[in-house]
Design a protein around this ligand. Structure first.
Ligand code: MN
Ligand code: MN
Length: 322
């Protein structure tokens, strides 16, 4: 198979509102297929939100993100990158989740991503709530811990909720540090804001060396300066990018379960990803899009656009399969 078999269906050939909606109109390559080893970057849905503590719905995210992603074209208008010509990209389908058994759900996601990693495919995951990032990291970072650039209005570093429950979308990165999946001194969290229960998450970050750039500092310094520091923190070693759609101001991304006002606009949301160019990104995710709270698909459209920006950065990573 040549790379042209991984070219998305063009809107010039089939109107973009027609056909079966895979991510970005890419071919569907099941994770069990022999073709998996030909894929450089796999787009994967994790329709699972069992870690959600308040307003639910991200389990419906991957399907709506696929639908809106049919509006993506081949070329990045800002950077000129043409990811589908640089590397072989495919939609690897959804992890089949278990919505009623937390531990089985975690295991299913981990096994799927371990398979993807074993095939040499870089994963770009569409959630799902933010707990989904933990089993992804278990699947791809069990050999050695990775750095992380994390965009979010929350740290997701709490220890437990509801009398000792340690697996929620507010705890994934606490677990990931404890399990040695993340190197905390190579982790930066950007956009943190809003009311809080207490300082427990920030105290943990201070204790292990995670750098938190709150939204006030983000706007005071500006994107370019903040992202220079972010790139320095993660360095040249493998890193993961985790993008919670609630990083963005709810004016632009209302379709999410835990919105926080006073955030970046949609241009700033895209620009921070472009500033990741050159990092050794070994996996990424876009999580917490909740279609039941979305209006006219606007949050999912921004989410799909962010997935394209992430894909463009990943397509330039020299250590990929390409
Ligand atoms: Mn989050
Ligand atoms: Mn959040």
């Amino acid at each position: 198979m040549t790379s042209t078999d991984y070219t998305p269906v063009s809107g010039m050939d089939l109107p973009r509102f027609a056909g079966i909606p895979t991510f970005m109109r890419l071919p569907h390559v099941p994770v069990t297929s022999d073709q998996l080893s030909e894929v450089d970057i796999g787009l994967i849905g994790v329709p699972w939100d069992s870690g959600t503590t308040n307003r639910p719905g991200p389990r419906h995210g991957p399907r709506q993100l696929r639908d809106l992603s049919t509006m993506i074209r081949a070329q990045n208008g800002a950077t000129g990158v043409r990811p589908f010509e640089a590397v072989n990209c495919a939609d690897l389908g959804d992890v089949s989740p278990n919505p009623v058994d937390m531990q089985d759900g975690l295991n299913r996601v981990q096994e799927f991503f371990a398979k993807v990693k074993a095939a040499g495919v870089l994963p770009l995951m569409a959630g799902g709530d933010h707990l989904c990032s933990l089993p992804v990291l278990r699947g791809i970072a069990s050999d050695s811990p990775v750095g992380m650039v994390h965009f979010d209005s929350h740290t997701d570093l709490f220890d437990s909720y509801f009398d000792g429950n340690r697996y929620t979308h507010g705890t994934p990165f606490r677990r990931a540090v404890e399990e040695n999946l993340l190197d905390p001194e190579r982790v930066v969290q950007i956009g943190i804001r809003g009311t809080a229960y207490d300082r427990e998450d920030c105290d943990f970050a201070d204790a292990v060396g995670i750098r938190i750039i709150r939204i006030e500092e983000f706007f005071k310094r500006g994107i370019a300066d903040v992202m220079v520091e972010a790139r320095e923190i993660v360095g040249a070693s493998p890193c993961y990018v985790s993008y919670d759609i609630d990083f963005i101001d709810p004016t632009f991304a209302p379709g999410t379960g835990t919105p926080e006002v006073g955030g970046p606009n949609s241009f700033e949301a895209l620009q921070v990803v472009r500033e990741l160019q050159g990092l050794n990104v070994v996996g990424a995710d876009l999580v917490e899009v909740s279609p039941p709270f979305d209006m006219n698909g606007m949050t999912a459209w921004l989410g799909a656009s962010l997935m394209f920006e992430l894909l463009c950065v990943m397509s330039q990573v020299p250590s990929g399969n390409a």
